[in-house]
Design a protein. Structure first.
Length: 414
């Protein structure tokens, strides 16, 4: 039972330092060796390892990587960014525009999607405005995490709560309970980032230059793909609201636009070759390692031993935030949701679970898949990164603030 936990702790330690002697490691390599370790030591069988891989998540990421790569390669993403941000006149306006723009978009496009598309956008803004790339990557990471809280389709764990929690009107429930505290938390993230990077922001000079489209045919296909993504999201929302019995998986939202590019683009091979395969390897191996940790029963026994009031809002927020760092937020929700459902949880407690397991991503890098996507993409494509400590320095404070805000709003019923 203890071997998967030891492997998990080693993986966490290596991700924190990212180095063994003179050998520098990437996050995907660390997770890959962690998965190999539990397989070799027999902590999980090969068949269970294969079954643990969430194919829908992998296909979703693959599809969005294809769309994102086409947007970057064609130059359309840079062109679109200029049109969106050209009216920004000050560093504060830029931070607020990125935080609220990316945050609100993640509520409907899912945070992992915005994380994929957002990296080249924020790094271009950092270059043009002479801001530290780390600041803009942190801004993106915090915005997509917080913004996704208020929607039942903002992230995978919210989808799980909305469906398995038997919430009759998930969009109304999430927006009515979580929209105000989420908007407040995004603004508080702005204040925190502004405080930590105040000298860099003072030295910033807003100077946007229009980026030219490099491949008009690929840009057109990318634009159509974005329209398809938006249309499919609206279709998904309509299907849920109208209670239409159709198997419309979230995966389709990414795969249909991606196939549009793969089929019609002459540069399909270049696009597929350049997508972030290493991040896909990270997720495959993460599923295997986390499944072995789940099978060990360690965290299940810890939760039983603590003898917590599982339906207390503060307990839900704290447990979901902390345990999400160790077994990831989706497995955490899969574990905790049946416990509070059997204890007669109401909608406030269900959305508290969604909120806590989501803002867990602001604590440490491994707390959210979107963080890993952002850092892997920035490292592999642009040579920029955020260290474990750089993330945690701001993330720990921000998470504490986030938890307090959601507890306050959910407890007093605003």
């Amino acid at each position: 039972m203890i071997i998967p936990i030891i492997v998990l702790l080693i993986v966490f330690g290596l991700i924190a330092v990212r180095q063994i002697g003179n050998i520098k490691l990437q996050i995907w390599q660390i997770m890959f060796f962690g998965a190999i370790a539990v397989l070799v030591t027999g902590q999980i069988s090969p068949s269970n390892a294969l079954m643990s891989i969430n194919v829908d998540v992998i296909l979703f990421l693959f599809g969005m990587f294809v769309v994102g790569e086409a947007l970057v390669e064609s130059g359309y993403l840079s062109h679109l960014s200029y049109r969106l941000f050209k009216r920004v006149k000050s560093p504060d306006q830029l931070l607020l525009a990125v935080l609220f723009g990316m945050g609100l978009t993640s509520a409907f496009l899912m945070n992992d999607t915005v994380a994929i598309i957002g990296v080249p956008v924020v790094l271009l803004l950092a270059k043009q405005c002479r801001l530290p790339p780390k600041l803009m990557l942190l801004t993106l990471a915090f915005s997509v995490t917080i913004g996704s809280v208020m929607s039942p389709i903002g992230n995978p764990q919210n989808v799980l709560v909305a469906i398995n929690g038997n919430i009759s009107n998930p969009f109304l429930t999430f927006f009515s309970s979580l929209m105000l505290p989420t908007l407040l938390n995004i603004f508080l993230a702005f204040l925190l980032l502004r405080f930590f990077y105040r000298k860099d922001l003072q030295a910033c000079r807003i100077d946007f230059s229009e980026e030219l489209i490099k491949d008009y045919r690929l840009a057109f296909l990318s634009k159509v793909s974005l329209v398809l993504v938006g249309g499919l999201i609206l279709a998904k929302i309509a299907i849920v609201l109208l209670n239409v019995q159709v198997d419309f998986r979230l995966t389709y939202i990414a795969l249909v636009p991606a196939m549009f590019i793969v089929v019609l683009s002459r540069r399909r091979v270049d696009v597929i070759k350049r997508i972030d395969w290493r991040t896909l390897i990270f997720f495959v191996t993460m599923f295997i390692l986390m499944e072995s940790v789940w099978e060990s029963g360690f965290f299940q026994s810890v939760m039983v031993g603590l003898n917590l009031d599982v339906t207390s809002i503060i307990a839900i927020l704290l447990v979901s935030t902390l345990l999400s760092q160790l077994i990831s937020n989706v497995p955490l929700v899969a574990l905790y949701l049946p416990l509070i459902m059997s204890a007669g949880a109401n909608t406030k407690e269900l959305v508290a679970l969604a909120a806590g397991s989501t803002v867990a991503g602001n604590l440490f890098i491994l707390g959210a898949a979107s963080n890993v996507i952002i850092i892997q993409n920035a490292e592999n494509r642009f040579g920029e990164t955020i260290t474990f400590l750089e993330f945690a320095k701001i993330g720990v404070i921000l998470t504490a603030i986030n938890i307090f805000v959601y507890w306050f709003f959910l407890t007093i019923g605003l």
